[in-house]
Design a protein around this ligand. Sequence first.
Ligand SMILES: [Zn+2]
Length: 274
Amino acid sequence: MNKLYKSLVYDGQVSLSVLETTQLVQSAIKIHNLADGPAKILGEMLTACAYMAGCLKSERGAVSLTVKSGGGSATVSVSGDAEGHIRGYIDGGEGGLKGGTLTVIKDDGFSRPFVGTCELKAPDVSENLMQYFHMSEQIPTAVAIGADVQNGVCRAAGGVVMQLLPGTSEENMDRAEERMQAFVNPTKIVEEYGADGIIENFFKGETDRCGLYMYFPEYKCNCSREKIAGVVVSLGRKEVEDIIAEEGAVKVHCHYCNRDYIFGEEDVEELFGK
Ligand SMILES: [Zn+2]
């Protein structure tokens, strides 16, 4: 089962998140029929998104992360909401990430969305995410997440994220930094311990004091025939009828769940009325 634990540790000065997203990544592999290289990148991005969705402060909140890697080598788009519904897709990525940009749009549902962009400096998602938090949100963040995919199977995905809250003492910074050393190879730890075991073995006593919050992220697209119909209607009746006359149907593809929505002649009345 996918899990996200959140807690404050080290005298309540460090925000800890522990993720286990193996099944979430496996769902993505199945839906998109991904090769191992792209699956690893998308899996790590989905895991990052699950983490950031868990940090949203409003029920109506949503977050999206987009990677455009150098020379069109990969485009990755993931998004999630406060309910923990995470989805995404990848184009390319066989050769890993080669520079480019990461853009994060965070909408807490209150005011204007926050938009942050940073350059991709490293081939792995964790490094780039740390860079993003440092540059765009000015929050010292340690990220050790990963997705281990072999022969179409996600063996383990997840990891640990720690953020220093304002005013963290030197001593607690050191404690956080030292603890993070255990997660140099996050997928190995996730495979061995799972999210529960990580809490139990690495943070026991700490999470007891401040309380432990639990979330269950899952791969879920929020598209529906009704929503897509709304988009089709916005084209206007004439346009829709023209497309149907020419191509037989209006076909709308959802990249996130790899599903086609087809509207034919018989649907025109339902869309626009008689
Ligand atoms: Zn969809």
